[in-house]
Design a protein around this ligand. Sequence first.
Ligand SMILES: [Zn+2]
Length: 68
Amino acid sequence: MCSSPAHAICCSEHARLEEEYIAARDRMRNLLRFRQLTRLEQRRLADEVAMAIARLKEHTAAHGCERR
Ligand SMILES: [Zn+2]
C-alpha cells in the first residue's frame, strides 16, 4: 500500500519509530563505551532497544510500510 523509493521512508510514523530505535541504540552504545554499567542498567538499555525494534516491526507488519 505504501511504496517508497529506495532510501526514503514514506510513512512518518515509521520514520518516527525508526528514529526512536536509532536513538535508543546510540544511547546504549555510548553508555557502554564510556561508562561502567551495572547489569541492571545494561539490561534496561537493551530492553529499550528491543522494545523500539518490536514497535517498529509491529508497525511495519500492521501498516505494510517498509524501507526499500
Ligand atoms: Zn507506516
